[in-house]
Ligand binder design. Structure first.
Ligand SMILES: *Cc1c(COP(=O)(O)O)cnc(C)c1O
Length: 220
């Protein structure tokens, strides 16, 4: 696994409007530093404690993205430094992020996670719930969070037509929400196995792990 080569290879395929989040969950600092030395600055993690430990160990110009499911009682451990939270799927969570961000005098960028997959195991809001949240008085009163887009995960399947339909649904949801709030600019969709499909469907941010760092021993 040559991390620098993998990164350069992926970066060279990306249109300019697509941002690469290097998903480094379960990987050691030495692997992250190889990516950092190759120029990568945005890293994605799915466990808050692991991200906080890596934040301590890594150079301070790294931008940390929380891409996993977020428990409300743990938001406080990342509020001081996290740069974007991809998995916001309720007003309650958004309000907790707002409260913790306020303590640090920060505004945290958030993405609304939309459920596009057919699997019950995937988290996320319906497009209708997302649109209601975006227009709610409660969100209008949150001054320390900024909803900047949407995130979604396609069904784990080899059926490319189904994956494409799900990505198209997320992009359509984004376009609708953007009509309600001009602030929106990010569509986070696409992983190692499907990022080309995601980009063709309008992704502006891909989250790639194993194609950069190699396969993980255990998924979580
Ligand atoms: C692990 C993970 C990824 C990266 O997956 P790969 O298949 O290794 O590229 C992307 N998004 C989320 C939400 C993840 O948990």
């Amino acid at each position: 696994m040559n991390i620098a080569n993998n990164l350069n290879n992926i970066q060279s395929q990306l249109p300019e409007h697509v941002t690469l989040v290097a998903v480094s969950k379960t990987k050691p600092i030495s692997a992250l530093m190889e990516a950092y030395d190759a120029g990568q600055r945005i890293f994605g993690e799915n466990k808050i404690q692991e991200m906080a430990e890596k934040h301590e160990a890594m150079p301070k110009d790294v931008k940390w993205h929380m891409i996993g499911h977020v428990q409300r009682n743990k938001v406080k451990y990342m509020a001081a430094f996290v740069s974007m939270i991809h998995g916001v799927e309720s007003l309650k969570l958004l309000e907790e992020i707002n409260k913790q961000a306020m303590k640090h005098d920060r505004v945290i960028d958030c993405l609304l996670q939309i459920k596009i997959a057919s699997e019950d195991s995937k988290f996320g809001m319906s497009p209708e719930e997302a649109s209601a949240l975006l227009q709610s008085k409660a969100y209008a009163e949150c001054n320390n969070v900024n909803i900047v887009g949407v995130m979604g995960m396609a069904t784990f399947t080899n059926d490319e037509d189904q994956i494409k339909r799900e990505f198209d649904k997320l992009k359509a949801t984004f376009d609708h929400l953007k009509g309600l709030s001009g602030q929106l600019h990010t569509v986070s969709m696409g992983m190692s196995g499907d990022y080309q499909l995601a980009i063709a469907s309008g992704s502006t941010m891909i989250r790639v792990g194993s194609s950069i760092f190699g396969s993980r021993n255990h998924t979580h």
